[in-house]
Design a protein around this ligand. Structure first.
Ligand SMILES: Nc1nc2c(c(=O)[nH]1)N[C@H]1C(S)=C(S)[C@@H](COP(=O)(O)O)O[C@H]1N2
Ligand SMILES: [Mo]
Length: 374
């Protein structure tokens, strides 16, 4: 029996509990009101019990192919130039529940994604200080958490292994990769990686290593468990399917409201709103379609930043009673468009196809408050 290592979850009340040990919590997406998701409502994705390190003892070790291996305390990091970046992080398994037939794994609906302000130091600054040596190709990021995978039966090392992922060196040196100590202006909460986590702008969550303890600069692509055995998809190589580690977030939009099952009133304007994001330089447009009709441009809202999500809205006055299907389709700055249907090369991940919201339009005056009968 695994003892849940985290007790202080009171601030996470109201979350959808997908798993308790390890702790996995989903944001009730339909309740989102702001561009920034409050820490209290931010989803949590863990593979192991949450580590509770002593911040006074904490060290980030940078080694491997570097001129000067480093061992940095939190005070060392705090003394460096600090930057803040709003960025969206989506778990690659978000939307898995929509796969048909059912795919194994946590059955995330729409709430394994969130947008926050992350602050800390640029990874590039640390790597420059350490001096990356020629021949380096990737940075392996290693968390302080770990355990047995596949019951310890299949992995070559017959003991616990750490949660680790790699990013290419050019991404490690990019402006949008930071090692964050703060989230929405407050110190990271334990379950979000306190005292230090990676923020990999534009990438799926599995690369955003929490409780970041070590960075290893390596001369060949990392082939670890979460790189190749999990969080991968299929792509073509020399004409044959090949395992490809997941990386950049695919273009996607999700409607916040109305929700499936909502009752809208005939002749009364209703606000349709949601969020859209893409790891490929942000969102170009979001279009909406009603009952399979033509696409109508939604209005994009708020700040336009490459690594954050973008709000959208559209006002509609239903003119026909009965069921109505609402579809949202995002297009990103590289002209990637959300697909119509699920793809077969993505294992149980990257569920970015259009999921219609089905509402009913009712005539006549309902009792007050009954228009969103859920
Ligand atoms: N050390 C460590 N880092 C981790 C994980 C983990 O289990 N251990 N989960 C990853 C996954 S799959 C996701 S989606 C994000 C989720 O970040 P959050 O829990 O802060 O929302 O953390 C990533 N970083
Ligand atoms: Mo994830």
């Amino acid at each position: 029996v695994t003892k849940p290592a985290i007790r202080e979850t009171d601030h996470k009340r109201g979350m959808i509990v997908r798993q308790t040990a390890p702790l996995n919590l989903e944001t009730p997406f339909a309740q989102l009101s702001d561009w920034i998701v409050p820490v209290e409502e931010f989803f949590v994705r863990n593979h192991f019990p949450v580590p509770t390190p002593d911040p006074a003892e904490w060290r980030l070790v940078i080694g491997g192919l570097v001129e000067r291996p480093l061992s940095l305390s939190l005070a060392d990091l705090a003394a460096m130039p600090q930057i803040e970046m709003p960025a969206v992080v989506e778990c690659a398994g978000n939307g898995r529940v929509y796969y048909e037939p059912v795919r194994q794994g946590l059955q995330w609906q729409n709430g394994a994604v969130g947008n926050a302000r992350w602050s800390g130091v640029r990874l590039a600054d640390l790597l420059t200080a350490a001096g990356v040596r020629p021949g380096a190709v990737e940075a392996v990021l290693v968390g302080a958490d770990g355990g047995l995978v596949d019951g310890g039966q299949k992995t070559a090392s017959p003991g616990p292994i750490a949660f680790a992922r790699s990013i290419p060196l050019d991404k490690a040196m990019a402006d949008d990769v930071i090692l964050a100590t703060h989230m929405n202006g407050e110190p990271l909460r334990q379950e979000h990686g306190f005292p230090l986590r990676a923020v990999i702008g534009g990438w799926y969550g599995m690369a955003w290593i929490k409780w970041l303890a070590e960075i290893r600069i390596v001369d060949r692509p990392f082939g670890g468990y979460w790189q190749m055995r999990d969080y991968f998809r299929w792509s073509r190589d020399l004409g044959e399917p090949r395992l490809t580690p997941l990386s950049v977030m695919e273009v996607k939009s999700q409607i916040i409201e109305p929700i499936t099952g909502a009752r809208l009133r005939l002749g009364e304007p209703v606000r349709i709103r949601g969020m859209a994001w893409s790891g490929h330089g942000g969102i170009e447009r979001v279009d909406l379609s009603f009952d399979g009709g033509g696409w109508k441009a939604a209005r994009l809202l708020g700040e336009d930043l490459p690594n954050a999500w973008r709000g959208f809205e559209h006002f509609l006055t239903p003119v026909q009673p009965g069921k109505m299907e609402i579809r949202a389709r995002a297009t990103d700055r590289r002209d990637n468009v959300q697909p119509e249907t699920q793809q077969s090369d993505r294992e149980s991940y990257l569920a970015n196809w259009i999921v219609p919201v089905t509402v009913s339009v009712v005539a006549g005056a309902d009792k007050a408050g009954a228009e969103y009968a859920i």
